[in-house]
Design a protein around this ligand. Structure first.
Ligand code: NAG
Ligand code: NAG
Ligand code: NAG
Ligand code: NAG
Length: 859
């Protein structure tokens, strides 16, 4: 071989490596885009190949969806489908001695000449029945999702081919089967046996089990997309917050970025390090923790055994008997007393992950409970007198186990609202509404609103899955971006409009007469606020429930846009410190949004120019912490960073229990994870709160909210407006004036006279330093909302310590007090329940209102 050929060879090898290795990590993995004629990439740059060569049945039909739902993250593999009117089989080469993940992707849309409602079919993989009498359309409807992914983990079959057979139901005359995408991923044997809950010393063999993934959660952390899964298994891990049932969300904790997870003997493919580096625990107050359980609830099919895999990793403590807790599954004890959970004892040390598998059979009368659900509960064990009274979970997977090779359950039942034919008919029969939906931008709003209401209903009840398993697979935050939504949704409405009809059946829609009645015909005396959108009225619905009603100004194009933005965002967000939407009204050319009523009004009206009693310093701190928590959630809690863009004291509302809620998302912007990135946009917001850097460069980042929040903090401290033109020039802008005084050391002179002498000096310093940092000229120098939150909580602790001791266990996050931690910070404790009693009240109250609204029969 001469020099030239050698060089050429190594070049080719190099390119071969470049081209082949990244996407095809494992020669045994397949991603088939069914009905496609060409290979194509999805949004994660994963390559999908056409399905033809694996299809063993001739004469099948391939089809193209005629409508692209805006919630599809990628056209591949969803926009093409394979249609079967007779049984058909795929044969995919696999290693018979290996376990495999099988994912089936369904997009029940309009395919030419076919009515998707006729599609009922079964799917059998090797000899395991995965689905039977399955209607993707009904399932998606029940979940208000455009598409769904079902994931199975199939035990080694000892055959070198995985055959997947689709059979249209013979019970339905025009039935056909369809499939959009098939993924087969070889995986290590990650299962062995699971402790049978409620029976001491009994285990259930999971090594030979065929499983269906029901839920896979990164507890206390963000969604982890398949592309970031460990072991190349492309599993998606979702945030657990929607499944939390108890009033208290507990506290989320995070290890620092460079904290190393030491897998030791455990396969890395068990779960990615990000799962182990975040956790949810009960909170800093051991006394409160002891009296409650942290509870998650999951909706499942009955008559199956479920495997619950609880992932743990301790990244704060390092000794045995520091944190010991009990675990209950469906009210049965999984770990308690002498056998209570101690992560360090199980794993062998800090930073070493571990997991525990439990098996539980769920039948229809499930211990007298409702049946179709599984609960997971944790509370501190006091038995061995551990150092801290707290409990913790890092990750959770729930699998359905096959019974005699069957995994298929029934289609989900329609929700109470869906079942209510009257509501449906009324809506469908209303031509005005139809024209509205098709014709105007408002249609977008209506459609989204309905989707939103149902989403909220599901999440409020914390049973996002309705009755189906698939829910866990649906990207809770995975809706499309704002951009382009308008045209595509209108497109859908022209196009059979199945979503709008569906949504109509699901959503609480108020009639104009209800709203007029509730507001005394929009009487001016009921106006409680005015925004870009229009006026906000106080009102009453259902003969007593107080609500806030935002009425659009029909002439304002901007109002409509803000209306849509608000719906888009609120439909994806649900948080204790964000205001919640109840329903809408779009009768007679009026457009209204109906929210929970915040009886204590805006933060501003408690600060100055008010007849209300003065707020104590502690109360002010608590409100600031609540608002910071809401903003922190916006910035980091969802898949996309959300920038509020209009943070000010009139957009921070307070409910009857003094829980602060961020409101008014009309100007908000989302972008794909904007770490380090920004959006260029026309400057909007409120003067006095505007980030000067944003103003100069028109580049929006989440740090603009941090700036505005800094102004809010000074407003809270000084009790004066952000802008007061009647003052001497240097004092007009509170931000500038307070910064000036802070630098000169005269801040004490401008604080609210009512607070003089009542703030602990250390607390004041912490608070003022935090506010000052927020107002840094450059966004890079400003803290994140997580840092702000941490510092405010610390300030509150300083104040409380000064006010007199209360039992609080030390915040074992051990976070540094230093504001300049930047991104690489130590654990940030968020979601701490400061006022548990009040929190309970507010949640109860809300869910009470909510269930009345979503279930008309319940009233
Ligand atoms: C579960 O099993 C019981 C008893 O075998 C049966 O009566 C019931 O109908 C089954 N439920 C479902 C949803 O299949
Ligand atoms: C926690 O839940 C378990 C199981 O439901 C229950 O037995 C226990 O009493 C609960 N503990 C507290 C403190 O609520
Ligand atoms: C668990 O206990 C609670 C409270 O007693 C009850 O409401 C619930 O139905 C029980 N759940 C199960 C699965 O038994
Ligand atoms: C198939 O599913 C539909 C919808 O859930 C249901 O109405 C029907 O009874 C089922 N048919 C059979 C044969 O189970």
């Amino acid at each position: 071989m001469n020099e030239k050929t050698r060089i050429l060879c190594s070049f080719l090898c190099f390119f071969y490596v470049l081209l082949v290795s990244p996407s095809q990590s494992n020669g045994q993995d397949f991603s088939l885009s069914c009905g496609a004629s060409q290979p194509a990439d999805d949004q994660d740059k994963k390559k999908w190949e056409p399905d033809t060569k694996f299809l063993k049945t001739p004469n099948t039909v391939h089809a193209q969806a005629t409508y692209q739902d805006p919630s599809l993250l990628s056209t591949v593999p969803y926009m093409t489908a394979r249609i079967f009117t007779a049984p058909a089989t795929y044969e995919i080469p696999v290693k018979g001695d290996k376990r495999h993940l099988l994912r089936l992707h369904f997009y029940p849309s309009t395919y030419t000449g076919l009515n998707i409602a006729d599609s009922y079919f079964s799917v059998v993989a090797n000899d395991v029945s995965l689905l039977s009498n399955f209607s993707a359309a009904i399932t998606c409807q029940a979940l208000t999702q455009a598409y769904l992914v079902k994931e199975y983990s199939l035990a080694p079959s000892q055959k070198d081919v995985l055959s997947i057979t689709f059979t249209p139901s013979d019970k339905h005359p025009k039935a056909f089967a369809f499939i959009n995408g098939i993924e087969v991923v070889q995986m290590p044997e990650l299962f062995d046996s699971a402790a049978l809950v409620g029976f001491s010393d009994q285990t259930s063999d999971t090594k030979s089990a065929n499983l269906q993934t029901m839920f896979r959660l990164n507890v206390g952390g963000q969604d982890i997309p398949g592309s970031q899964d460990s072991g190349g298994l492309t599993r998606t891990w979702y945030n657990d917050a929607p499944y939390i049932f108890s009033a208290g969300l507990g506290v989320t904790n995070q290890a620092s970025n460079n904290f190393r997870i030491d897998y030791q003997k455990m396969p890395v493919s068990t779960a990615p390090a990000d799962v182990y580096k975040t956790a949810r625990s009960q909170g800093p107050n051991g006394d409160i923790n002891m009296k409650s359980n942290l509870t998650w609830m999951f909706q499942i099919d009955t008559n199956f055994t479920y495997i619950m895999r609880l992932h743990f990793c301790e990244f704060q403590l390092s000794k045995i008997n520091q944190k010991v807790f009990n675990i209950y599954i469906n009210n049965k004890t999984a770990q308690a007393d002498t056998n209570a959970a101690d992560i360090i004892a199980w794993s062998g040390g800090k930073g070493i992950p571990t997991y525990k598998d439990y098996a539980i059979y769920v039948d229809a009368n499930n211990g007298g409970g409702g049946g179709e659900e599984i609960s997971l509960q944790m509370t501190p064990s006091t038995f061995g007198k551990p150092e801290y009274y707290d409990s913790q979970l890092n990750g959770l997977e729930i699998f359905k186990m096959d019974t005699m090779k069957n995994l298929a359950g029934p289609n989900p039942k329609p929700s109470p609202m869906q079942a209510n034919e009257d509501v449906k008919k009324e809506f469908q029969g209303d031509k005005r509404i139809k024209a509205f939906v098709v014709g105007s931008a408002g249609g977008v709003a209506a459609v989204l609103l309905c989707a939103l209401c149902f989403t909220m209903y599901q999440r409020k009840r914390k049973f996002p899955g309705s009755e189906s398993h698939t829910s866990s697979w649906l990207p809770i935050y995975g809706n499309s971006h704002t951009s382009g939504t308008k045209s595509t949704i209108s497109g859908k409405s022209n196009n059979g409009s199945h979503l709008s009809n569906l949504a109509a059946g699901l959503c609480r829609r108020f009639s104009l007469s209800e709203i007029k009645h509730g507001t005394q015909n929009f009487d001016e005396s009921n106006v409680i606020g005015v925004g870009g959108f229009g006026k906000v009225y106080k009102g009453v619905i259902d003969g007593g429930t107080k609500v806030a009603i935002k009425k659009s100004n029909p002439n304002s194009e901007q109002g409509l846009n803000e209306f849509e933005t608000e719906i888009e965002l609120l439909s994806r967000l649900r948080h204790k410190h964000l205001v919640s939407l109840i329903g809408y009204c779009d009768d007679g050319g009026e457009m209204c949004l109906i929210y929970d009523y915040m009886s204590l009004g805006t933060l501003r009206e408690h600060l100055y120019n008010t007849k209300r009693p003065q707020l104590t310093w502690k109360r002010r701190l608590e409100i600031a912490i609540g608002a910071a928590r809401g903003l922190h959630y916006l910035h980091t809690g969802a898949k996309y960073t959300i920038i509020h863009r209009d943070v000010k004291t009139t957009n921070i509302l307070v409910d009857e229990n003094w829980v602060a809620k961020v409101s008014d998302f009309g100007l908000s912007k989302t972008g794909p994870n904007m770490n380090g990135g920004h959006v260029t946009t026309v400057v909007k917001g409120s003067f006095g709160y505007l980030d000067p850097e944003y103003f100069r460069r028109q580049q929006l980042t989440e740090k603009s909210d941090v700036y505005s929040f800094g102004v809010v903090l000074f407003e809270v401290l000084c009790a004066r407006p952000a802008l007061n033109p009647s003052l001497p020039k240097e004092q007009v802008s509170l931000g500038d004036w307070a910064m000036n005084c802070k630098r000169k050391g005269t801040l004490e002179d401008i604080i609210d006279p009512n607070l003089k002498g009542k703030i602990n000096p250390e607390c004041l310093k912490k608070f003022a330093d935090t506010a000052e940092k927020c107002l840094s000229d450059s966004g890079l120098d400003r803290p994140t909302m997580g840092d702000v939150l941490w510092n405010l909580e610390f300030a509150l602790q300083l104040q409380e310590t000064a006010d007199g001791p209360r039992h609080r266990t030390p915040s074992h996050g051990g976070g540094s007090e230093d504001l300049g931690r930047g991104g690489g910070g130590v654990a940030v404790n968020i979601d701490i329940e400061e006022n548990d009693v009040a929190d309970d009240l507010s949640s109860e109250e809300n869910s009470g209102i909510f269930s009345q609204i979503v279930n008309p029969k319940g009233r």
